[in-house]
Ligand binder design. Structure first.
Ligand code: HEM
Length: 469
């Protein structure tokens, strides 16, 4: 009995010792070694703290920044990414930070951007991009215009009678962009698409609030937090809903109610899923993933772009007048059409300047964009001013030929496949609003840009609309 007890205690001691070594190695030695190696290469950063890296400090800085609004200027970097702003000031444009034990090399020097953006592309991936490009460009995009206009008309119909009264339009634009994506990417299944979208929003909210939470040592392996259970549940429901739409489409083709899967994005993906050539056939996981990402990538970003563009025009009445004059010159009081959309030069300049000041991307990407787009070394002393005229002679001139300084849609094989689509679905509602209303900010508007899956006005976007007719 005595020997057994000693054996038990010795084994327990050994286990604890191995566990301690494991913790010290992974959570102390490795991060310190990485820090040392990077620093010898000239890359410094906020010091790693045991197990949580820089997360506590980052969360604290964010809490403080987001607890108060800012003045109505466009110098948003210190509020939106307070940690990146302060680390760049302290450690330079490229630095090393820690998300728990995960090292993150933050590169905001445009000289080094190009290499990090371009990655290699497999044959299958090239095909996937080709499909998305086909679905969201050229003739397909042209065919989407009536659906986009119908969505805007539904929104504007609701606005009738609200002239002169305060309206919160960020949510309005949220519904609009969601409907536009559902109608264009999923056509007939757009109601089901909107349900998926709702679930994706919940899922992304969970991801957002857990972004800087490091997993607790060991415990994470045995205990699943409520948020993780909820996100697994949502992920399954999203998968099932997408599968339901897919099955409906397949059934229609099998029962010959339809001759093909359709020319919308989902239809094109399904054709590729049924491709007889196994080498290039897409997996069902890919189809589901792609539906999710086009919603995810597309809705929040488009919502954000439209909202900040309208805000900037509400503040800058001169540019609002110029934009309206152009829209009336091109379309009169008619609905937008594809030839006219391509001619909107002033609107394009305004959209570019909005993308520069309020880049609608989130997560790690926002670091790259906000830091670059608000860098006075790249844009000059007027970097924080809304000056669409800097884009009058194109992007190359605006960036002094520094291609990496302005890449709101990314670059190379990973760049945004929805770029033309999102520009079109910004220009159409913008034109239709300008044709009908003048608008100003409401006295209750509080300026507080917040990175939340994209860049959103934290307290909403309160504007006053005055009918032109
Ligand atoms: C203002 C609107 C938008 C902005 C600013 C934007 C921005 C971006 C950026 C910066 C990337 C590159 C990410 C990287 O470098 O890894 C990206 C990728 C992507 N975007 Fe967008 N996006 C917008 C709208 C859309 C829309 C409307 C769709 C589709 C309906 C879309 C679909 C995608 C997809 C699928 C990718 C991944 C491409 C790949 O990995 O091959 N985006 N987007």
């Amino acid at each position: 009995m005595g020997n057994l007890l000693i054996l038990f205690i010795a084994s327990l001691g050994l286990c604890l010792f191995v566990a301690l070594l494991y913790v010290l190695y992974n959570y102390w030695w490795v991060p310190h070694r990485v820090q040392f190696i990077m620093s010898s290469q000239g890359i410094r950063g906020p010091p790693y703290e045991f197990t949580h890296g820089n997360n506590k400090q980052i969360l604290q800085m964010q809490k403080e920044a987001y607890s108060k609004p800012m003045a109505l200027t466009h110098d948003i970097f210190p509020r939106v990414l307070p940690h990146v702003y302060s680390y760049i000031k302290k450690y330079g444009k490229n630095y090393l930070s820690w998300n728990g034990v995960q090292a993150q090399l933050v590169i905001t020097d445009p000289e080094l951007q190009g290499d990090s953006l371009v990655t290699s592309e497999s044959e299958k991936r090239a095909r996937q991009r080709k499909l998305a490009n086909y679905a969201f460009h050229g003739e397909s995009l042209k065919n989407m215009i009536p659906a986009i206009i119908a969505s805007v008309e539904t929104m504007l119909e609701k606005w009738k009678g609200k002239e002169g009264k305060e309206m919160e339009v960020f949510q309005e634009f949220g519904l609009l962009t969601s409907e536009m994506i559902s109608r264009t990417a999923f056509s007939s299944s757009y109601l089901e698409g909107e349900k998926i979208f709702d679930m994706l929003m919940k899922l992304s909210a969970i991801t957002g609030r857990n972004m800087y939470k490091a997993k607790i040592l060991f415990i994470g392996k045995f205990w699943e937090p409520a948020d993780e259970i909820e996100s697994d549940k949502l992920a399954k429901m999203i998968h099932d809903s997408v599968m339901k739409i897919i099955k409906q489409k397949e059934e229609k083709v099998m029962t010959r109610e339809a001759d093909n899967f359709g020319r919308d994005f989902l239809g094109l993906l399904l054709n590729a899923y049924h491709d007889p050539d196994e080498k290039i056939r897409l997996s069902i996981q890919y189809v589901v993933g792609e539906c999710k990402s086009s919603y995810f990538a597309g809705q929040k970003t488009s919502n954000s772009l439209l909202a900040w563009t309208i805000l900037l025009l509400a503040i800058n009445a001169d540019w609002q007048d110029k934009a309206r004059a152009e829209v009336i010159e091109v379309f009169g009081n008619q609905n937008p059409n594809s030839q006219g959309i391509a001619k909107l030069k002033i609107i394009t300049m305004i959209i570019n300047e909005t993308l520069r000041l309020y880049p609608p991307v989130h997560g790690v990407l926002s670091i790259r964009y906000i830091a670059l787009h608000h860098d006075p070394d790249l844009w000059g002393d007027d970097v924080h001013l809304f000056k669409p005229e800097r884009f009058a002679e194109g992007i190359a001139k605006a960036t002094y030929n520094n291609a990496a300084a302005f890449l709101p849609f990314g670059l190379g094989p990973r760049s945004c496949v929805g770029m033309s689509f999102s520009i079109t679905k910004t220009k159409i509602p913008l034109s239709m609003i300008l044709q009908r209303y003048t608008f100003t900010i409401s006295p209750s508007y509080v300026h507080a840009p917040l990175p939340n899956l994209s860049l959103k006005p934290q307290h909403g976007l309160h504007l006053l609309f005055h009918s032109l007719h």
